[in-house]
Design a protein around this ligand. Sequence first.
Ligand code: HPA
Ligand code: ZN
Length: 326
Amino acid sequence: KISREFIDGLPKSELHVHLEGTLEPELKLKLAQKNNINIGQETIEDVEATYHYDDLASFLAVYYPGMDVLQTTDDFYELAMSYLNKAKSQGVRHVEMFFDPQAHVVRGVPLNCVMEGFYQACVDARAMNIDAHLIMCFLRDMSARSAIDLLNAAKPYRSKILGIGLDSDEHHNPPLKFMLPFSMAVEQGYHITMHADVDQVDSIDHIKQALEIINVERLDHGTNIVEDKDMVDWVNHLHLGLTSCPLSNKLITDNDLKGDEILDLLDEGVKISINSDDPAYFGGYIADNYEALVKEYKVTPEQVVQLAKNSFETAWLSEKQKEMYL
Ligand code: HPA
Ligand code: ZN
């Protein structure tokens, strides 16, 4: 029997969490009041009642409007710090956090507010014994030109950003659309990763593009490679990390944590890890995701430890830093 204490106490690295997806109803309401923004709800229960979706598109339709309450540097700082406190209580020691600047810049919030607030939280995380970093995402339902503009605008913050990701609506927005901004990002020394959501049309084809042409270093979600033995071999050959998010799978995919896929891939040697994705929206932080998996599937303590090890092995850490954790 694997206890919650064991899961919480296990040192973990979180590689797939969207900072904007950590906006709890309580903080959303508080910032709405502070910034005088009418979000259409007045109580925590009312906000919670809007947190319902059955696929990626219906989730994104709640997720983006919710960001309106984030206006100042302090708001971004507070959002990130409240996530980091939660993460700390669930055993996170290293974290690489996604954020979506385009979603803020289009609302008139300067990139500087987003960067300063989130980065200050990374600095202050050190005092909490968490090694925190940022992954800037391009929104794939926006143009490649817009992604390039963001990459250029982010040049003054180059040293504050560890890598580049790709998220938002995948339908009709394949990896190849972002060939140029990703190759520019690699030239600038960024690490790269991409979402390959499991329920998307053409997902396997998108994964092939991401692995064979864009040369990503990790895949976010992507557990449907399990359907394709050659692709599993290829992922293993590349030592590529897969960042899986069970509660996200359950809430926005098939009402299924995808535990069979996760455990099959783990058995095949894939460097797959457990993460929380949008924890405020999907019902749990990282340890809650481990716990959900352990409750619904037959998982051994060795498998749980391997999942946590994988999260450090596939983190963007030097070999020396990895040794500290492993
Ligand atoms: N998929 C795509 N875009 C997202 C997600 C996700 O899981 N979370 C936040 N933006
Ligand atoms: Zn995600």
